[in-house]
Design a protein around this ligand. Structure first.
Ligand SMILES: *Cc1c(COP(=O)(O)O)cnc(C)c1O
Length: 467
């Protein structure tokens, strides 16, 4: 059978090929690998011509991955719901800062961070799939803030779906907590765990392994290893090139992506594989620099995670690095499996020279420290009157370090600064103005349950929720 972008194979080669719905509802492939489309579709160049709207772009970029796995009209309905939650007509406006330097603003959605763009789509598409099959789905996720907020906003009141979110008690910002806990939805359970983010992740892993919870329906996680989430991030790269064209700029841009799990950056690489003219990708990481060390030094090695101001990027084992290795190795599932099972065992893998050379043609990587991040927040305000969040500042710092003589550089702005006032205000001397979605949180009642960091407590809470 000819290869097709709506069929999915595992990066570890040990799972049967499946369709978009299975990849969406399962998340991880059954052999422990990540799903990848069998092949990349090719977009027509007029997809990114000047004046193309977000919905038309997203329809063209995503339909090949969905194929006929969902009821007719599902993607159109999902896109209509998505854009209704974004104020700007462009959905993800491209803002010119100075010659050949731009910001792509991804934070105009319901929770003021870029994760809304893909999470809203994944929720709508999952709900369409479940309505067609008659199944139910329970999702469980650990969050340090942004993922949980985006997931709650996306999945609240979706029929046939329940969402359980574990956050570390008293360790997320008040805005992030209220985004998760003030939503009125009986299908959402917020658990505040007396512990840290790693405790939350450990509890989620335990819940996912609990056979008895599977008896009633599908049971999986919402994290950035889900192919559907990556697919939902491809359109804004295409939209950025279309918006550049509308400004009269036809040279291919370099994208600088503030990176944690490498999902956002991999979506950009997917867009380039589909024909989008891109001159390069730079993954900008904070002091948690495993990815940058892998690309720059050739050894993928875990270090203890450190807490930074760009907290949503405090990741030491970026999950989507596996997709990049699979792609750069010429889709060698044996090599991919070898690298990541060695890494899981020993925490350190030397990358073969030809793999490393191929990785470096896909992406380069820069690590930005905390002092430089703060200086960049100050610079963005002084130079352009822009108030940026710490994640965006990491990308902007890396972007300003690039040679711009060959073409434009676009830094991705991933969160609204008001979500991170605690880090931005001390630098600028004032609190960032909150957008309407944050002002509207007001003093609505919060709903969450505090539990200890033990597996039995998590299980009891989930069972009490009807799991
Ligand atoms: C999640 C997140 C990132 C990192 O994205 P990845 O896809 O994990 O690389 C960057 N900035 C913000 C604000 C985020 O929430």
């Amino acid at each position: 059978m000819a290869q097709s972008p709506d069929r999915y194979v595992s990066t570890r080669g040990g799972a049967p090929a499946t369709d978009f719905v299975e990849a969406l509802l399962r998340g991880m492939a059954p052999d422990g690998g990540l799903y990848m489309p069998e092949t990349w579709p090719t977009l027509s160049p007029d997809t990114w011509s000047a004046g193309r709207g977000y919905v038309a772009i997203a329809q063209a970029a995503m339909a090949p991955f969905v194929g006929d796995a969902l009821p007719a009209g599902s993607l159109d309905r999902a896109l209509a719901r998505l854009v209704a939650g974004f104020a700007p007509a462009e959905v993800t406006p491209l803002v010119r800062l100075e010659d050949d330097l731009y910001l792509l603003e991804l934070f105009h959605g319901p929770t003021a961070a870029f994760k809304d763009l893909a999470m809203q789509l994944a929720a709508s598409l999952a709900s369409e799939a479940l309505a067609a099959s008659g199944e139910t789905l329970t999702l469980v996720t650990a969050t340090s803030g942004d993922t949980g907020a985006a997931a709650v906003a996306a999945f609240a009141n979706q029929p046939r779906i329940r969402l359980i979110v574990l956050h570390p008690h008293e360790r997320v910002s008040a805005v992030q907590r209220r985004q998760m806990t003030t939503v009125e939805a009986d299908n959402v359970l917020n658990l505040a765990v007396r512990g840290d983010f790693d405790d939350c992740q450990r509890l989620v892993k335990g819940l996912l392994a609990e056979e008895s919870l599977r008896a009633q329906g599908r049971f999986s996680s919402v994290n950035s290893i889900n192919w559907a989430r990556l697919a939902g991030q491809i359109p804004y790269y295409v939209s950025a090139v279309s918006q550049l064209a509308a400004m009269g700029e036809t040279r291919a841009p370099v994208f600088v992506v503030p990176t944690g799990n490498f999902g956002d950056a991999f979506a950009g690489i997917a867009a380039r594989n589909m024909g989008l003219p891109v001159a390069g990708f730079v993954a900008a990481v904070n002091a948690n620099d495993a990815l940058a060390r892998a690309i720059n030094e050739g050894v993928y090695a875990r270090k203890a995670a450190v807490e930074t101001a760009s907290v949503s990027m405090d990741v030491q084992a970026p999950s989507n690095f596996e997709r990049l290795v699979f792609e750069a190795s010429g889709r060698d599932a044996g090599m991919t499996k070898g690298v990541f099972s060695d890494f899981a065992k020993t925490g350190s893998v030397a990358l073969p020279a030809d793999l490393l050379a191929a990785l470096r043609t896909e992406v380069s990587a820069v690590s930005v420290d905390e002092a430089t991040t703060r200086a960049e927040i100050a610079h963005a305000h002084a130079a352009w009157g822009q108030v940026v969040c710490p994640h965006t500042a990491v990308a902007l710092s890396a972007a300003r370090g690039l040679d711009r003589s060959a073409g434009p550089v676009i830094a991705l702005a991933t969160a609204h600064p008001a979500k991170f006032g605690r880090d931005v205000a001390p630098v600028l001397g004032f609190d960032p103005d909150p957008p309407k979605v944050i002002r509207d949180l007001g003093d609505r009642a919060e709903r969450f349950e505090v539990i200890g960091a033990e597996a039995e407590e998590a299980l009891a809470a989930v069972r009490g929720f009807g799991g």
